[in-house]
Ligand binder design. Structure first.
Ligand code: MIG
Length: 765
């Protein structure tokens, strides 16, 4: 139980209230009307946030929050009440901080009792184990950092980034410790590649978020040991809680991404289709695959380069023997519309004469052993390897310089792998030495932000050097990495459960700010089947990172290996993805303002409808499109829940009134899609890749009653959109199909559409 003693004194400076309890100091900062930070300096006096950088904080504070004389009161003598226009925080003796709405509705109160963890071992069993000399894991009760908060008995809880399982995380427990575990991920997995210590609690009257900004190993028990509470704890660091109000899920996401940053607008082509395999091991392999896509008329942007393109897995080298002279293959494929995307691992081979090793060693850029006597060594693909100490800007700059060499060579996007960091000789010990800029610290603090800093290094170099919007795809990351990275979910497998798991996993990543995300379509490990591959390309077809990838040693996953029927289905859905590309791009443009992802769980827009609370097998794309893929083997009928409102089948044009389940035919080549009444959806004509044709024409798909939309158009690559170089249209289509177009913003150098075609929903079928 918390015991900071009684409140002794408190002091206010601008929006910061420093409170001295008898045994503990606490600093409460009011950031906006809806974001309040509670900071208990257990480990350090300052926040040392990696998720919220200076510019992030400036952006938040530019909303201009100042407390006034009435903001702080002492309602009953020994409690301190801090009020914004929307919320109250009440701080009481002992150290409790509770949040209420202005009308006194308790949103989040700290739990007053003792936690009673579920023990898998009884006390006598633990004693026995100890007596036999085994180390018995600490219980969560001994953690130096903890916060336990009361929830409603059926309050759904979302969030935590890439953690597998269901949308609603209730009744499960999780850990944040970036982990590369190649076995089949399932809902019981506690930790995966990413650490996103952020949850969204959908209380019946008020949705709110809790972001525990602490990079040390942390733990969440989501109403598993006790239905009454959510318990957070960490091995070290501070209690650094951002209470994020908003009332509605979309506002909570908006506030969280206001604080930790939003996914920047990507280049248009990066949203297209990508093909990959760990096992395309020569120029010949890559070229054959690329050409086959064109031959079969399946749109494709890139055939990606996995680790074999490097010379002996040495990062920033090129394997001339198998891939030909540097740049040659890139040039050849660029001509056909393929952009090279290459993998980079952090592990740097230890080898005299190898430039990365020489430069890194000479400058002291690698992690050090615990005694700080030599560079820390572990093993990854190239054999013995060192780990760049990315927490320092000089190391990031050095890495960035080599990223520039790659982009100079023609590389169009970077794929960061193995950055948990992964290691073949057991995990990196927590006492390995690294730096947070010039502050010496250990891997214990740096582990969960290793991928984050590697992403930042890569993104910043690419942005500065290429003047284009970088695509950096990462496996490991932390909260706030969305400012730099798109994410994929690592080594899934060709399992139906992993196809099913994709929907909640991607929706959750989106709710945590990662608007560009995707899984390996078809499954990375294990052997896919024709049926699974078809259902997967269908279900994934609205992904913002849209890539088929598979592992060496598993069945190859190009669609043509499974016969004509699969090719036809595959082509149909890749083309469908391209058809919706302008709509997806519009959503990402809006995301800059509202923080909302493209792929959304239904609960995000229908949060008063309990059917949506834990609906794991359908999703929305923006607000206007609902997708209900078949994710079970052998099924050709699909039960679809349509929420409130009027919906039209994209496939048949049939009209449905929502708030009910319907049953739809869904043979193998068919995924049910619905369009909300009143929608106008922009789409392009067919293309084999982005850049093949000029975008002179825009099509507008409209439901019978007409409607309107705001449509965004820019050059698709560079950063000039930030200075207003884009066209913004408002399209209004009447029920008779008449279109009126307003230009809300005019670009300097982006040509406007010359042709506009209104397509009524029925006709396209
Ligand atoms: O230890 O580079 O998740 O996408 O193909 C495996 C080889 C290393 C793991 C990545 C996967 C990639 C693979 N990598």
């Amino acid at each position: 139980m918390l015991d900071y003693g009684k409140i002794k004194t408190w002091e206010v400076k601008d929006n910061v209230i420093s409170i001295s309890f008898e045994k503990q100091k606490m600093i409460v900062t009011v950031l906006t009307d809806e974001i309040i930070n509670v900071f208990v300096p257990i480990w350090s006096e300052d926040h040392r946030s990696k998720a919220i950088e200076e510019e992030d904080m400036e952006r938040v504070l530019s909303k201009g929050y100042t407390l006034n004389a009435e903001s702080i009161t002492t309602p009953d003598g020994n409690a301190l009440q801090i009020s914004t226009n929307n919320l109250k925080a009440i701080i009481t003796d002992g150290g409790y901080v509770d949040f209420y709405t202005m009308d006194g509705y308790p949103v989040s109160r700290q739990f007053r009792g003792e936690r009673v963890p579920i023990k898998t071992l009884g006390i006598w069993e633990m004693e026995l184990l100890k007596a036999e000399g085994h180390t018995v894991a600490d219980t969560v009760l001994n953690k130096p950092v903890s916060d336990t908060r009361v929830i409603e008995r059926d309050e759904p809880i979302y969030g935590l980034g890439d953690k597998m399982g269901l949308l609603d995380k209730r009744s499960y427990e999780y850990e944040n410790w970036n982990t590369d575990d190649p076995s089949a991920h399932n809902e019981q997995y506690r930790s995966l590649y990413k650490s996103i210590p952020f949850i969204i609690c959908k209380k019946s009257k008020y949705a709110y978020g809790l972001f525990y900004d602490n990079t040390f190993h942390s733990y969440f028990d989501i109403a598993k040991e006790n239905r009454e509470y959510v318990a957070y704890s960490a091995d070290d660091g501070n209690l650094d809680l951002y209470f994020i109000g908003g009332g509605k899920i979309k506002n909570v996401i908006g506030n969280y991404t206001l604080l930790t940053g939003r996914t920047p607008l990507p280049q248009l082509w990066t949203l297209g289709y990508h093909q990959c395999r760990w096992g395309y091991s020569s120029a010949k392999d890559i070229t054959e695959v690329a050409e086959k896509f064109r031959e079969l008329d399946i749109p494709c942007e890139s055939v990606q380069y996995d680790i074999d393109y490097m010379d002996g897995y040495r990062v920033f080298t090129w394997n001339e023997k198998d891939y030909g002279p540097k740049g040659e293959l890139f040039d050849k494929l660029y001509k056909k519309g393929f952009k090279p995307v290459v993998i980079i691992d952090p592990g740097t081979k230890r080898e005299e004469g190898y430039f990365m090793y020489e430069e890194g060693t000479k400058n002291g850029f690698f992690f050090r052993n615990a005694e700080d006597t030599e560079d820390y060594v572990n093993e990854v693909w190239p054999g013995e390897a060192n780990y760049p100490d990315f927490g320092r800007s000089e190391v990031r700059k050095w890495w960035g310089k080599h990223i520039n060499d790659l982009t100079d060579m023609g590389v169009a996007a970077i794929w960061n792998d193995m950055n948990e960091p992964a290691s073949f000789r057991g995990p990196l010990p927590e006492d390995v030495v690294g730096y947070d800029e010039d502050r010496r610290t250990t891997h214990r603090e740096l582990h969960n932000v290793y991928g984050h800093f590697m992403g930042k290094a890569t993104y910043e170099a690419m942005k500065e050097h290429t003047k284009k919007r970088p695509l950096v795809i990462t496996r490991a990351c932390y909260s706030g990495s969305q400012k730099y990275c798109a994410v994929w979910t690592g080594d899934n497998q060709s399992l139906w459960s992993h196809l099913q798991g994709m929907i909640p996993q991607l929706c959750t990543l989106g709710m945590c700010g990662f608007a560009v995300n995707g899984v390996d379509i078809g499954g990375f490990g294990a052997d896919t089947t024709p049926e699974l591959l078809c259902r997967w390309i269908e279900a994934a077809c609205f992904s913002t990172f849209f890539r088929n990838h598979s592992a060496n040693g598993c069945t190859r996953q190009e669609p043509w290996l499974f016969g004509d029927e699969v090719v036809d289905i595959y082509r149909k859905y890749v083309k469908l993805h391209y058809r919706f590309l302008p709509y997806i791009y519009d959503l990402l443009h809006e995301e800059q303002e509202n923080g909302l992802p493209v792929m959304r769980p239904l609960v995000l827009h229908y949060e008063n409808d309990p059917v949506t609370f834990n609906l794991n097998d359908e999703f929305l794309v923006g607000e206007k499109v609902l997708v209900a893929p078949v994710v079970n083997p052998g099924e050709t009928m699909r039960k679809v829940y349509l929420p409130e409102g009027t919906w039209y089948s994209y496939n048949t044009g049939e009209k449905y009134e929502g708030s009910k389940y319907i049953l739809e035919e869904a043979p193998l080549d068919h995924m049910p899609i619905y369009i909300k009444a009143g929608s106008v959806i922009p789409f392009y004509d067919e293309m084999s890749y982005v850049g093949e044709k000029n975008f002179n024409k825009i099509n507008l798909l409209v439901t019978p009653e007409g409607g309107n939309c705001i449509h965004y158009q820019d050059g698709g690559e560079d950063l000039s959109y930030l200075n207003g170089n884009y066209n913004l249209y408002r399209f209004t289509v009447g029920p008779n199909g008449a279109l009126s177009t307003e230009l809300l913003n005019k670009a300097e150098t982006v040509a406007e559409y010359k042709e506009f075609a209104v397509i009524s929903l029925k006709k396209i079928v």
